[in-house]
Design a protein around this ligand. Sequence first.
Ligand code: SF4
Ligand code: SF4
Length: 384
Amino acid sequence: MRYNDFKGLKISDLGFGTMRLPMDKDENIDYVEGEKMVAEAMKGGITYFDTAYRYHEGEAENFCGRVIAKYPHDTYMLADKLPTWLCETRDDAEKIFREQLTKCNVEYFDFYLLHNVDEDSWPNIERLDLVDFVVQKKAQGLARHVGFSIHCKPELLETILAKYSDKLEFVQIQLNYFDWEYQDAKALYDIARKYNMPIIVMEPVRGGMLANLPSEESRKILDDASMEAGQEGTSYASYALRYVEQLDGVFCTLSGMSSTEQMRENIETFSGPALTEAQLASIPKAASKLQADIIIPCTGCNYCFECPAEIKISKLFSWYNEAAAKGFHWIWGSLSKQYEELGPNAANCLECGNCESHCPQKINIIQRLKDLNAKYEELKEAGE
Ligand code: SF4
Ligand code: SF4
């Protein structure tokens, strides 16, 4: 495992994100597999663990308290985040913070972040002076380091850092080679670098999409580069992880792993060779092909889970992207069965907008669901 120094702390290049923990058949966190993963992480030298109030609808913090906190606190570092959108007063923030410490079964957080800062949440953060709230937690010894995670436009990041770069110590950004080319990732990265702000990367494989590249041409470009480098069989995930790892200023790359096998592979990635020049050069080409194939830029974060119509939004989008990348050439019976098994769809949408207000990717979900359903109906009629 490779490491970076953050203010005297030894941070593993790979961090374990608890957003996509393994699930059992009842859709609950699979603690047996989860315990194995944490043991593997500790053995493999991972020192940074990341959770949040909303992950797994509140259950990820309990997982940290029951599994990670069994280890001595000086063998790991835990990051948690304040869901600022649930805070109407500073008392709310205080209550949530105390609840988080209890659920995670720790006396302090090593890293504490304002979660999901964007154009909608920022006015409330300013109104309640929640930057001061996290700074106070640090002064009280309840958070060793404080920062923020963003899903915002570059202009807001510039505003925040111009005002608070002396108080907030690091920033967590969604960075991956797909967003670098096609979203604001590069601009956000450049601003963080301008302020010399240490960076934690989230979504390096874009919710798994870059690990299971849904584009045949992209896969071929990377496979050819692997052959040339004498690294035949290199996984697509390792391309994505090593791409962000080599960026200056990045001190930890989070991966929301879901199995022990995935954990082992990622630990190997961060212990093996870096990308060659030719492999690095192949990445923008693969991204370009992927862009042509991918229709909905959903990361599967599930921030939109509170849908009153119980529409499985991320699963529907994943179904659509997979089918689109294959040119909708799946056997129709299999494709339609999968769609129908996902339950309520655009026809059931109440257009309440709740999902869109929580989507960090700013996806026009209501319209996308309609487009998706129209495509389904079109295929059904054609009986492909
Ligand atoms: S707009 Fe539709 S999909 Fe979104 S939360 Fe409301 S009912 Fe669910
Ligand atoms: S639609 Fe948006 S909020 Fe929902 S899973 Fe996808 S990226 Fe996340």
